[in-house]
Structure formats: structure tokens, C-alpha cells
Design a protein around this ligand. Sequence first.
Ligand code: M6R
Length: 353
Amino acid sequence: EIYDQPNNIHHVFRGRISEINRSIEFPDKVELLLDPNIESIRIVACGTSFYSGLVSKYIIEQLTDLPVLMDLASEYRYFGTKDDKSLVIGITQSGETADTLAALRKARNSGCKTLVVTNVIGSTATRISDAYILTQSGPEIGVAATKTFTSQILVLFLIALKLGLLKRKIGADDLYNYIQDLKKLPKKVRQVLEQSEDILQIAHQLKNAKSVFFIGRGINYPISLEGALKLKEISYIHAEGFAAGELKHGPFALLTKITPVVAIITNDSTYDKMIANIGEVKARGPQVIAVAEENDTEIEKHADFILRIPAKSNLLSCIPIIVTLQLLAYHVANLNECSIDKPRNLAKSVTVE
Ligand code: M6R
């Protein structure tokens, strides 16, 4: 399923991007919901789907200026406040997660319009919402979500582009440039998949770890959360993701020489801050594995090991980065002879509370 991703990216775009018209097209019911006058977007989801929502928050806010509120469905269903000004987007691979369904019902009952992003046509989520968009990823059997995570982000990216155009935050030329970035993505993901052997070498560094930190800033912060979730759920190694700026507010207390740190660093406004954070980590003794762009030579002075992602960084770099982290988790789990597709104590779809 990790290897399905280059093809899946094409499936997300199929029938939705018109390069000739320079437009993004969705079914009528979806278009009706994407009203430029909405005041905010609220995303409800669980687990990996929540993290794809958190990644999308960075994308939507940048492309539309709309505030995006994030709610774990399991919390929102009981504590969500009445708010009929937001478009509520539920993200759920299965379309059957009990908490996400309850959150969507609550949103609808409080007068919100609801849009679902799901992989399963005919699922309950598609039936209880005002409209839905399919991720078109094909069945996902592994309990750990991989290809659907990237497809969810790309669907939300298309929603952001559509709203950005409607709100005149972006123009037709910007859209054209974003479409070019999207078209380059399958090749970039293939490039990462071809590096599987290099990633396996790094996996050897992690296989006996008791705990691993993942750090990043901006859009790479939720990618750190998802990278840590993948490692913990399939390899059973304790892993946590952090916004790199938060380490000194508590997590440093847990950092010892034997806690490897995976640091995501891209050539954008966060670069210098990440270099500083890597320095703070190194001063405490751990080994740093950087996930960095292929043309970044500076990072060689700071990190112990480097996993390379294709240059050059843009809003979609998070996709090759997460594919790198999925493969890293896969190799660590494989080295430790874990049951990768069916990790202990977990179900693919959590249909009870
Ligand atoms: O089907 P859903 O996307 O609603 O599932 C939500 C979570 O249970 C799910 O994303 C879970 O965290 C992943 N399988 C973990 O890889």
C-alpha cells in the first residue's frame, strides 16, 4: 500500500483538475458547500485522519486565509460548542469510525453543513453528511493507514485550491503553478520509494531503541506526529512527535543519549530554527536522523544520518516526507519481526466507542 502511492496520487486528481479551464471541479453537492462566504472550517477526525486534517489546516489557512479549527471527533462529540458558521469536514478512511460519525451527527444537529472525505463509497459517513468526496485510493487492508493518509491530504489540498480561487486569495496563474507541483508529485514519491535500501540502513539504527522522538515545524509538525504514530503502531517502539519549538517546554526531560531524534528539515522559513533545534538536541547526546532535501549540504554538519527527499520544498513536500517515514516504520517493524499489516490490539475500523 505504501508503494501504491504514486498511482493513487493520479487517482485523486482524476476528473477534478482541469488544466485547460484552470479550475478544480467537484460534484454539484460539494460545490454548493464550498461557499466563499463561510467564516471558518472545522475538521473532525480520529487518529491518522486527524493528522491529515492537521496537515491540511496549514495548507487551507495558507491558500484561503480561512481559520481552520481542529477537533478530535471523540472530544467534539461530547464537548464541541454550537457553531453554525463553520463548514464541518469529517475525514475518515473507513467512513464507519463511531466517534467521527457521532461528531458529524452533532455538527449537523447544531445547524452546520457537513462534508466528508472518505475512501469508502456507501459508508455511513457518506449517508449522514450533506456531501462527500472520495479519496479513490482503493481498498486499504493494512491497519496502519498509509496511502489513504496521503490521498486525504491531496483531497483537502484540492478543496483549499477551490476555496482559494473562490475567495480570490489565489488566481488562475497560481492555480496553474500548484497544478504543476501536483503533477511532479508521483515522480518525487517514486524517488523516495527507490531509496528503500538507504532507509533500511537507518532502520537498523532505530530497531533497538526504547523511544524515538520526531520533530518538525510548521506543516512538518503534524507530519512528525504521523511519523511517530506509524512507528509506534507497527514496531511497538515508543515514539512521540513534537513541534520542535516545544522540546524545551518539557520533552527535553525525557531526552537521553539513547533516544534517537528524527528531525524533518525543509528549505523554507523554518530552516534556521530547525538547525538551532537540532543543535539543542545534539547538545544532550542523542543521534539525529535528519529528513532533508537532496540539495541541502549544510545539514551534513549537523545530523548523524540523513534521509533525502527531492528538492525543492513547497506545500506538497510533506508527501515525500511522510512516505519516507512510512518506509522507515515499515523497515524497523520488519527487522523486529512484527506483524506489520495486523498490529496487536488494533482494528482497521473502530466502529464502537
Ligand atoms: O477510518 P478512519 O480514518 O476514521 O480511522 C480513524 C483511525 O482509527 C485511523 O486513522 C487509525 O489511527 C489508523 N489506522 C492508524 O494508522
